[in-house]
Ligand binder design. Structure first.
Ligand code: CTP
Ligand code: MG
Length: 361
């Protein structure tokens, strides 16, 4: 039984989360790309595909990342992947060099081929123009089939509960960019990493879960090894979302604001950064069991330690730590931001104020 003070407190909290949920929807909606922007991007993809086919007639150019998984913000970059279906083909770095030359000759894009990068890509950009007020930026890679599959996995998770999943992810993307903790080149975490943190939280931390684990559901029919493996990695997941939604419904009814508050609390207080690995495939794992421990006593592991301060397992490439770029300072900054966000929300300011304060640049 609650006393009047507790009742007042609980009812204030209920009002706060209702307001905050509405404010989050409104905030996110105005950041979505316009239909026009999506159309321009699709035109660019088609144009580039036509050009690439003059070098490799059997190629397809597919989009992945945010343009393809439903987590795209206005003016976000376009990630493209070129697949070549014919048997013999040039190496990725030769293709990057040739495509770079071709695009330089035939288009108005600024072109920057990176044939010797870990994953060779061509970087393209167009300056802003009246029809395209913020220009366009795009990376073209080759044969990155795992990225196409992990994009499809994230898209399927978004489709199961579009309102809550997309609102949370899009808000956290904006928040992390404005707070300057979304930059793997500067020691913090990529958008892809933040999306995995959200899914991990919704599948494995929330009880009852908001999302099922698509990689652990029983398949509808027997599946063969070659259908499900890419380069030795198991990429199978349950992808019949229509059927899934007929048979499975989350019994978690929390609002998007409640989930966001809890997300910040979990990652500022409860996640075990020192020993834990967040895996959307398998739940909370131990660094030790993956050989990702940060052994402070042994200088031989110095490098490994730097790479494994924060551990997020890639859903398919399970020996790949998506957060390997996060440095000691980067992690300190990220955790500081989770705590700051928790603190702001705990004070329950007016919802609109809360969001602008959270995302203050
Ligand atoms: N990706 C990956 N491994 C990583 C980082 C990225 O496979 N370590 C792939 C994923 O397929 C991801 C895509 O690259 O969906 C794009 O990653 P990223 O740019 O971080 O995410 P976006 O959703 O495109 O975010 P943004 O709008 O910030 O570009
Ligand atoms: Mg991207």
């Amino acid at each position: 039984v609650q006393n009047p003070g507790q009742r007042r407190h609980a009812s204030k909290h209920r009002f706060f989360v209702v307001d905050l949920s509405q404010a989050l929807f409104d905030f996110v909606i105005q950041l979505l790309p316009t239909a026009e922007e999506m159309a321009v991007k699709e035109d660019v993809r088609k144009l580039l595909e036509r050009l690439i086919r003059t070098i490799e007639p059997d190629s397809r150019l597919l989009s992945f990342g945010s343009t393809a998984n439903g987590f795209s913000l206005r003016n976000s970059d376009m990630d493209l992947c070129c697949l070549i279906d014919s048997g013999e083909r040039l190496s990725a770095s030769d293709l990057v060099t040739m495509l770079g030359d071709l695009l330089e000759r035939e288009t108005k894009f600024h072109v920057k081929p990176l044939p010797h990068a870990r994953i060779p890509i061509v970087k393209l950009s167009l300056d802003p123009s009246p029809g395209l007020p913020s220009g366009i930026a795009c990376d073209i890679g080759f044969e990155n089939r795992l990225a196409l599959e992990n994009t499809r996995l994230l898209m399927c998770y978004a489709m199961i509960d579009p309102t809550r999943v997309r609102t949370l992810v899009l808000f956290l993307k904006v928040w992390s960019k404005r707070r300057k903790i979304n930059s793997p080149y500067q020691g913090t975490l990529s958008s892809y990493g933040y999306v995995l943190l959200v899914i991990y939280f919704l599948v494995h931390v929330k009880n009852p879960p908001v999302l099922p684990n698509l990689q652990q559901m029983p398949p509808l029919r027997p599946i063969s090894q070659e259908d499900t493996h890419i380069g030795g990695h198991n990429t199978w997941f349950f992808d019949d979302i229509e059927l899934l939604c007929q048979r499975w419904q989350s019994s978690n009814t929390e609002s998007v604001a409640e989930l966001l508050i809890d997300f910040f609390r979990y990652y500022s207080r409860d996640f075990s950064y020192n020993t834990g690995v967040a895996s959307i495939r398998a739940g909370l794992l131990k660094k030790e069991s993956k050989g990702w421990q940060n052994d402070l006593s042994n200088s031989k592991f110095n490098d490994a330690r730097e790479r494994n301060r924060f551990c997020i397992e890639d859903p398919f490439e399970t020996d790949f730590n998506v957060a390997r770029c996060v440095t000691k300072e980067g992690l300190y900054q990220i955790r500081g931001e989770f705590m700051r966000a928790s603190r702001i929300l705990a004070m329950r300011p007016r919802a609109i104020m809360a969001l602008s304060q959270l995302c203050e640049e």
